[in-house]
Design a protein around this ligand. Sequence first.
Ligand SMILES: [Zn+2]
Length: 430
Amino acid sequence: MKTVQAYRYALDLRPRDERGCRSHAGAARFAWNWGLARCAERYEAERKWYSAAALHKLWNAEKKTDPALAWWSENSKCAYQEAFRDLERALSDFVKSRNGKRKGRRLGFPRFKKRGKCRDSFRFGAGIMRCNGNAVTLPRLGTIRTHESTEKLASKIADGSARILSATVSRTAQRWFASFTVEVERDAPGRHARPGSAVGIDLGVKTLLTGVDDAGRVFEVAGTKPLRSSMRRLRKASRSHSRKVNGSANRRKSAARLARLHARVANVRADALHKATTALARQYETVVAEDLNVTGMVSSRRLARAVSDQGFGEARRLLAYKTGRAGGTLLVADRWYPSSKTCSACGWRKPSLTLAERTFACESCGHAEDRDVNAARNLLHLAVSGTERINACGAAVRPGDAGLAALNQEPGTAHAGKTGTASGKLAAVA
Ligand SMILES: [Zn+2]
């Protein structure tokens, strides 16, 4: 079974390498802006633009005749070509978003990139890309040492079970990374190590997640809340940054300090999410989570920081592929399924529940329980009642990307716990 996976390494750059990286990032930015200007002109006149291939042709003609572009040959031609591809994708995403064919936030027309205001990044789609234990080799840039070992990927490439498709080099704070997109041949996942095991998880604002499993065990994974704990330092750094004179060396230094703080926070969060989701996927064959409207929640200001801080969307993405790899499934309850408002003991539904109410108290049977535990218990019930339903609808339950398949279904066709039928099911379970 072939899957595509990313391998990311922090680079240990010599000054010469760093100049090369900056130059390539500048080339990619220039190509994006150059292509965008061409596309915007044509869009004004004809309501259409150029494909990446057409832009590449135009570019090849112009770079040879315009002496102002003579520097192009200092960088790999991939840097320009891949920037045109990115632009093509951004334009098509813009159209899809406008036609309602793309989920999430509405996208605007792509914008010009400004040095220092955009991400420094470029990609190689062809050429010599290798890794050998403690270094990577990239077109034009040559061999660059890495901070971590690249041995794992190197040996996979050596025995023919992996193939590098592309390499992206990007900068976060002051550190450069190379990320390889790799096609990996892996065994199709077998049966899960603990068949029949299931867990319901409630992604919380207070804790990272609360889970209840089929053996009745209740557990919590404490959130790292990295932003909140570092907020004081971040606030201080950004206040001091805002006082620095625009364009001064001090401002540049404080910007770097601020970026380092943000990068650290992101690392801590990513690490906590990886650990929690790996453990869940290993321990449980079926993981049931709710379908959070993450985009909607982030746009509500009150919840925005807490939600994006915990990385709900990322947690679900990780769970989907990790459960698949372990031979299990991620089931996603319908967005409108009232997991928090329903009594996990008798199925009674509370008409309204504010976020401030931390305990669920049932007015029908007297059951009282922590709100998140109650929600997780309801989701677990769906694992028991919902799996046959998903089976009956024809969607694969396992193995492989079954979790993703269930995720991608239109609401109401195969989601567990569609409003209305769910409470009946829960009553039957209770
Ligand atoms: Zn009840």
